[in-house]
Structures are given as structure tokens and as C-alpha cells.
Ligand binder design. Structure first.
Ligand SMILES: Cc1cc2nc3c(=O)[nH]c(=O)nc-3n(C[C@H](O)[C@H](O)[C@H](O)COP(=O)(O)O)c2cc1C
Length: 380
């Protein structure tokens, strides 16, 4: 039996004052089960996040959670734009923490990919009359409404909305705040020259295109205090010529780090409709970028994209130097994946699990005893 120290995947990680029991993180995966007002209305979010926490992950990311009603990527997306949305998400954060995992939340504004922006009945605005904004008035696809170019007032309001949502999230127990700057959502449309044709302070040069992202990160860091981990999810490439790329991501990552961002979550794609690749269909550069950004920007990174196998996860951490692996579909498939991974890697694995708690103090309840029994049986 190896100790956790010999497996990087099961070596605890501390960032600021937050300790993750291992380096397995659950990717934010929207469930779209909230009420029309963004409240986690039933037990689905609790049970889903709870299963990942009970299943042994080190970090359980909840979300995407929208920062304002006009920024919803789905009419049933979770929100944290008002206090009414706090209690149910607080319950999720509390349960996740009780299982020994760190509760994290991803905050977003979907910009021109707001669900109501899809042309349905010819309306130019959402169900409550809000307009859709993006860096420039360029629609995502033919069946999406054309967004309005965000005014400076819009930009400042969205920045404030991120701060207010982040403060609510911290108040109700989340220890990691992730800002969603990827997948073609609002901030990504500012970063990429393909979707930003502005001529003001928020468009043109790389410095200008990064201004909105940097101002949100800076304001959120100041508002949440020193002990909370601040992460940013980026699309490291648009998979398109002249689009956002790894080189620009390195520059952004350096600037974000200087503002107190602790972790860059390396995703990809989602900006250009029809570009074949995305975080759901990544190329090797998505995982490799976690190494490049970690080395060149000197900031901790999370590697993700089709990580499904324990040895693969271990190898990704070793090769790239990423601090965490972030996993989506493999954990949907098996929320107890961390226990399976511990067995596959021959380590004791996560310490907290309901079954083992019940059996605490009884020899048959320990994983090593259980495995020895199996070995003995196989000898008979
Ligand atoms: C059901 C589902 C919902 C998702 N929702 C989000 C989301 O809200 N925010 C986000 O950044 N990514 C979202 N993603 C993308 C995942 O976080 C992740 O990037 C993607 O699944 C690739 O990781 P994987 O190959 O380990 O599944 C979602 C993925 C799935 C399968």
C-alpha cells in the first residue's frame, strides 16, 4: 500500500488557508434544475454535489451560477444575484464540506450565449425585458439574437454583480470562487479579437481586451478577503486563426496572478459556433496548456479534458505540473471514482465516506482490511 505522498493525485494540496484532501476536482456542470428565479428548488443540486463529496473528491465545484438574471445561460440556471437564492446553495456548501470536500462555486454571465437570446419568437430581449450584451454586436450563431454592445455602465454593473455574488457565496460557505471567463460567455467575448471590435478602452490592444476580465478579478479578490481561493476558467484557445490562444492566455494569467488569482482552470473553445473543438471535445493542447501556463506565468493551474483513468490523472499531474485535475463526465459516470482511483493506484485514498464512518473501529470497515480479505479469498 502506497501512502498518499507517493501518489500525487492523493497528496493533499493547500492554497491560501484552504486544504484539499486530494487533487481531484469536480468540474462545474450546470444542472438547470433551478426555479425561474435561480433558486435551487429541489434536492437535485444537493444530491448531485453531495454524491461527489461523499465519493471522495477534493474539490466540488457547483455551478455555473449566474451573477445577474440577464446573464442566465438557461432559464433554469442557478443564480446568486439575490438573497433569496442563498439558503438552498448554503445547504449544498454545508453538506459538501461535511463530507471532507472543499465547496467551490463557478460564477458566470453568459453574454451573447444567454439561452433567451436564441431566436424563438422574434423577441429581441428576455422574458423580463432585459437586453443581451456582449463585447460587440456580433451574434453567436444564425439562430441566436444579436447582442447589444455592452456600454461602460453595463460593464461596471456586471463587475459589481460578480462581486455581490462572490460575497454571497463566501457568506454561505463556499471556499473557492471560480470566475467563468471561458466558453464564449460574456468575458470571453471581450478577450478574443474575433468577437471584440470595440474602439474604446475595452477593445483593440490585448491590454484593452483584458481590461474587463482584470477588473472583475481585482474587484472580487478585494471583496472576498485573503483566505478564499480565487480561480479563473479560461478557454486557452478559440481553435480559430486570429482568435484567443495560449500565448495570450499566458499574458492574462500573469496579470491575474498579480491581482491575487490563485488558480487558472484551463479549458478551451466555445467562442465560435461550428469550430469543431471545445472543452467537451478537447485537443491535446488543452491539457498541455496547464503545464505551459504554470511554467510561463508561475501560477497554479488545473488540467482538464477527458481525464478518465487514475493512471492518466496521475501522469497528467506529473507531466504538466498542474496542481489539480478537474473532471466532468467521468465523475458523472461514477461519483465514487476517487475510491476506485485510490484502489487502482494502490493508495489508501479519501478518508471520509459514510460507510467507512459507520464501520469506524471495526476491522472489516477499513479499506486495507477489506482488500486483504479479497486477496485471502482469491488464495482459497
Ligand atoms: C452536463 C454538463 C454541464 C456542464 N456545465 C458547465 C458549466 O456550467 N460551466 C463550465 O465551465 N463547464 C461546464 N461543462 C463543461 C465541463 O465543466 C468540462 O469542461 C467538460 O465536461 C470537459 O471535461 P470532461 O472531459 O472531464 O467531461 C459542463 C459539462 C457537462 C457534461
Amino acid at each position: 500500500m502506497l501512502s498518499g505522498v507517493q501518489s500525487l493525485l492523493f497528496t493533499p494540496l493547500t492554497i491560501r488557508s484552504v486544504t484539499f484532501r486530494n487533487r481531484i476536482a469536480v468540474s462545474p456542470m450546470s444542472q438547470f434544475g433551478a426555479t425561474d428565479n435561480g433558486v435551487a428548488a429541489n434536492d437535485w443540486d444537493l444530491v448531485t454535489a453531495g454524491a461527489y463529496a461523499k465519493g471522495g473528491a477534493g474539490l466540488v465545484m457547483v455551478g455555473g451560477v449566474t451573477v445577474c438574471r440577464a446573464g442566465r445561460h438557461n432559464p433554469h440556471a442557478l443564480g446568486l444575484w439575490c438573497d433569496e437564492q442563498r439558503p438552498e446553495l448554503a445547504r449544498v456548501a454545508r453538506f459538501v464540506a461535511k463530507q471532507g470536500a472543499v465547496p467551490g462555486v463557478q460564477l458566470l454571465h453568459a453574454g451573447r450565449k444567454c439561452k433567451e437570446a436564441i431566436v424563438a419568437d422574434g423577441r429581441a430581449a428576455g422574458d423580463d425585458g432585459h437586453e443581451f450584451i456582449a463585447a460587440s454586436a456580433i451574434p453567436f450563431a444564425a439562430d441566436y439574437m444579436c447582442p447589444l454592445e455592452a456600454s461602460v455602465e453595463d460593464i461596471e454593473a456586471v463587475c459589481r454583480a460578480h462581486v455581490e455574488a462572490a460575497v454571497r457565496a463566501v457568506d454561505i460557505g463556499f471556499k473557492v470562487i471560480e470566475l467563468h471567463f471561458a466558453h464564449g460567455y460574456l468575458v470571453h467575448t471581450f478577450l478574443s479579437a474575433l468577437t471584440n471590435s470595440r474602439t474604446d478602452l475595452y477593445g483593440g490592444s490585448l491590454d484593452n481586451r483584458m481590461r474587463f476580465a482584470l477588473s472583475i478579478a481585482c474587484a472580487v479578490r478585494q471583496a472576498i478577503g485573503d483566505h478564499i481561493v480565487l480561480a479563473v476558467r479560461v478557454s486557452v484557445t478559440d481553435y480559430c486563426p486570429d482568435g484567443w490562444d495560449v500565448k495570450q492566455t499566458v499574458v492574462l494569467a500573469k496579470r491575474l496572478k498579480a491581482l491575487g488569482v490563485d488558480l487558472i482552470d484551463c479549458s478551451s473553445g466555445g467562442l465560435v459556433s461550428g469550430a469543431g473543438n471545445s472543452s467537451m471535445n478537447p485537443t491535446a493542447i488543452q491539457i498541455e496548456s496547464a503545464g505551459i501556463i504554470q511554467r510561463e506565468a508561475g501560477v497554479a493551474t488545473a488540467a482538464h479534458g477527458l481525464i478518465v483513468d487514475p493512471h492518466q490523472a496521475e501522469h497528467v499531474l506529473t507531466r504538466t505540473g498542474a496542481a489539480l485535475v478537474i473532471m466532468g463526465r467521468a465523475l458523472i459516470n461514477n461519483p465514487n471514482w476517487p475510491y476506485m482511483a485510490a484502489d487502482a493506484l494502490g493508495v489508501e485514498g479519501p478518508a471520509v465516506n459514510g460507510m467507512f464512518k459507520v464501520a469506524a473501529g471495526k476491522p472489516w470497515g477499513t479499506r486495507s482490511h477489506w482488500r486483504k480479505q479479497v486477496a485471502d479469498l482469491q488464495q482459497q
